[in-house]
Write a protein that binds this ligand. Structure first.
Ligand SMILES: [Fe+2]
Length: 380
């Protein structure tokens, strides 16, 4: 072994029904007296928002500021606007609440606090100071942004999603409170859950030496298989909701290794056709597993064991791909790209965009544009 690897799992995670009460400790430990609550425009209508706002009122009565303007694929303008609220409100900490978009915007606005005159893309990512304290509270179980060191922001001038990544972007505390995902409808429960599954599977087969991440990925896969169908069928099943939150966080920890071609296929489907990220991954994943398996099927054996679908030692990749297809169906994911109004003639353009995406660079099998097109054709 000639390369030196770095392993790190530093996020303070609080898990359990009612874990949002940890906001009191967050206020005290990090001396936050006036936080900015960052979320998207739809969240204030939800029970999750109500539960967290109640807790915030208890901890910071009349002293916190809200920003509810984060868009589904957050832009640098969203981050600027949130930062404007932060400055205007004279805030001294951040509470991110919502799905990956809200959490990513909340993480990134702390860069603007540190460097007010610097554009997001120009930030000195290699020498960031400690950023203002942040508590991340997810209301979905999929992206795992609450434990990630990256923030995916669309830079409007470039018209493309950009991954900002640095250790100080990580939240100080992640709160996994199963009650906050109870209101997530079945279709979003399924698609966000499959995002977690895709993270773990892509991370596991990604050719980077990180045995700790590999172990975490396998457990995340097992948990999604066990608990996603339960959370999908009964949204009020707190045990299933909680274990899906754990699985999502573990999936995100594991993909610090990197991701693969399913994410490269998925990103343009979201940016060009607004297809929900997890849904796009769920649709792409079985074909990518089959594609990778044609080169090396043995790498999927332990995944097949984690999924409980290994029936013979021959071609575990095909067994995983078949399992994922029926698993998708069992949680209501039956769509092909044609059902999602993606015109067939757009596929070559999408394939070019998938190649521009960085995730496939860590796919275990090298992809060229023709491969991307073939994979899109397969799921069209
Ligand atoms: Fe993802």
């Amino acid at each position: 072994m000639t390369e030196i690897s770095q392993f790190r799992f530093p996020t303070d995670i609080r898990f359990g029904v009612g874990a949002r009460s940890v906001l009191a400790e967050f206020a005290q430990k990090y001396k936050v007296s006036r936080p900015l609550l960052v979320t998207d425009s739809e969240l204030p209508e939800t029970e999750a928002f109500h539960l967290v706002a109640e807790q915030m009122n208890r901890v910071w009565p009349g002293a916190y500021v809200q920003f509810t303007g984060v868009h589904p694929n957050p832009t640098d303008q969203d981050v600027e606007d949130a930062w404007g609220s932060y400055v205007q409100g004279d805030c001294d900490g951040v509470v991110g609440l919502g799905g990956g978009s809200a959490l990513d915007a909340a993480k990134a606005l702390r860069l603007k606090v540190a460097f007010p005159n610097t554009a997001l893309m120009e930030m000195p990512f290699d020498e960031l100071p400690q950023l203002v304290p942040m508590c991340a509270i997810p209301t979905t179980a999929g992206t795992g942004s609450e434990v990630g060191r990256s923030s995916v922001i669309t830079i409007q001038q470039m018209g493309r999603k950009t991954v900002l990544s640095a250790q100080p972007l990580m939240a100080e505390v992640a709160v996994l409170d199963p009650e906050l995902t109870v209101g997530l409808p079945p279709n979003l429960t399924a698609s966000t859950g499959m995002d977690a599954m895709t993270h773990a599977i892509e991370a596991f087969v990604c050719p980077v030496f990180h045995p700790m991440c590999d172990a975490i990925a396998l457990e995340a896969i097992r948990l999604v298989r066990l608990y996603l169908p339960r959370a999908y069928c009964n949204g009020a099943d707190l045990e299933a909701r909680g274990m899906m939150q754990v699985a999502a966080a573990m999936g995100a920890v594991s993909f610090q290794k990197d991701l693969g071609a399913a994410h490269s296929l998925s990103h343009p489907l979201s940016s060009e056709f607004g297809i929900q990220h997890g849904l796009a991954n769920a649709i792409a994943l079985p074909s990518v597993v089959r594609f990778n398996g044609q080169q090396d099927c043995a790498q999927y054996e332990r995944i097949a064991i984690a999924l409980g679908c290994l029936e013979s030692p021959d071609d575990p990749a095909s067994q995983v791909a078949d399992f994922l297809q029926s698993f998708n169906r069992s949680i209501g994911i039956t769509q092909r790209l044609r059902d999602l109004k993606v015109p067939r003639k757009k596929l070559p353009e999408l394939a070019a965009k998938a190649m521009e995406d960085g995730c496939h660079l860590s796919n275990p099998r090298r992809c060229i544009r023709a491969d991307m097109l073939r994979l899109y054709e397969e799921i069209w």
